[in-house]
Design a protein around this ligand. Structure first.
Ligand SMILES: [Fe+2]
Length: 388
């Protein structure tokens, strides 16, 4: 009898191993993760070990079956051709607001593209035997719900513990508010520390990324925008969910461009000046001005005191008047690695500044009347609460 149980256990384990090495499944090394979500689109990203001509099969999650004829196939198109490679970023467009879509990843491995200039030899078609679902944003939604973590600095254990209680059905999106790593030494390492600890949530829930000053560092810093595509192609952009309009800003590095730390490569003064010009127009967009609540997400908060460094002073002096004039009610930041609350009026700001700790998860729920903020420590204890 004992021998039977051992044999049965081996058989079960073997079947899991066989599934893990399914030769008919497209291979995924990292991901997928979801970026660039709007009311009508989202982008799915992942990496593969082999060069693959990949596509997404997409349809509405409430459709009768995934195999209905009218599902649409999406490729990554670059200047007129479907891209085949190992870093995949496929934008799904033409969608309806507030609607759940399911997708699966499929593709064909490139076996030979060198022998013949007029053709590529592909392996058999493969698909991942799993579906993921994403819900588009909806400006008409009654409620906006999201959570925020920041300044993780590649501490996977703390990140996992903070995200473990977050259920996909309870949030419209997750905000990563900068400094997820201390430097982008390698782009795969950035992805590993940013999306892998989120588990299944990364593949099924939109993620909003606000760049931290540390993600401008490291040898692969210039690849960071590939990992986090946005509607503007920049790390500053706006979006809307229900009663909340969001403006995401990027303060860049925290010290002057000529600081020895940057080895003569920093050009953030020009970058922030361009961002400031963009901000003037973005805050006048009807989708922003019409929202009951205006919220700014920025890694470095706009307040300054004797100890503040160059960039923090600059953004306080230059961003604050524009955000005030636009009626921004709340700023959510990080960077300081501790909880800080600044009331309106303390530093010329007409809005509340909530700085989330690096050891807490901030949960936000807003309806058209009020905004509720609750932050929780790693062990689940309620740390701070605020109602606006
Ligand atoms: Fe920071």
């Amino acid at each position: 009898m004992r021998r039977f149980f051992i044999a049965a256990a081996i058989a079960i384990l073997s079947s899991f191993a066989a599934k893990g090495a399914d030769k008919n499944a497209v291979d995924i090394v990292l991901g997928p993760w979801i970026q660039n979500v709007t009311e009508n689109s989202f982008t799915v990203l992942w990496t593969s070990s082999e060069k693959v001509l990949a596509w997404l099969d997409v349809d509405r999650a409430d459709g009768p079956t995934f195999y209905q004829k009218d599902r649409v196939r999406y490729y990554q198109d670059i200047v007129g051709r479907h891209y085949a490679g190992t870093f995949h970023s496929i934008e799904v467009t033409g969608l309806e607001p507030g609607t759940e879509y399911r997708f699966r990843i499929a593709g064909q491995v490139v076996e030979d593209e060198d022998s013949n200039a007029h053709a590529i030899d592909f392996g058999p078609q493969k698909a991942i035997r799993k579906y993921f679902t994403v819900k588009t944003l909806d400006s008409k939604a009654d409620v906006c719900r999201f959570c925020v973590v920041n300044d993780i600095h590649a501490n996977d254990a703390r990140y996992k513990a903070l995200m473990a209680p977050v259920k996909r059905e309870d949030v419209d999106f997750v905000v990563l508010n900068g400094d997820m790593v201390s430097a982008v030494k390698n782009i795969d390492t950035l992805i590993k520390h940013t999306f892998v600890p989120m588990g299944e949530l990364a593949a099924n829930c939109p993620v909003i990324y606000a760049r931290g000053n540390h993600e401008g560092r490291g040898a692969d810093w210039y690849l960071t925008p590939k990992v986090f595509p946005t509607p503007t192609g920049e790390f500053y952009f706006t979006f809307r969910q229900g009663p909340c309009a969001f403006v995401v800003l990027d303060a860049g590095e925290d010290k002057p461009d000529n600081d020895v730390e940057y080895s003569g490569t920093a050009a953030f003064d020009a970058y922030r000046a361009k961002e400031l010009e963009w901000l003037k127009g973005a805050l006048k967009d009807p989708s922003f001005t019409s929202a009951p609540h205006k919220i700014c997400i920025i890694h470095i908060p706009t307040f300054k005191d004797k100890g503040s460094w160059y960039t923090q002073k600059w953004i306080t002096e230059n961003f604050t008047p524009l955000l005030n004039a636009a009626g921004v009610k709340l700023m959510i930041s990080g960077h300081h690695h501790r909880y800080i609350l600044k009331q309106p009026g303390e530093y010329g700001n007409d809005y509340t500044i909530f700085v989330n700790s690096n050891e807490e998860r901030l949960e936000v729920v807003a309806d058209s009347h009020s905004i509720s903020l609750r932050s929780y420590s790693v062990d689940g204890t309620l740390s701070h609460s605020l109602d606006l």
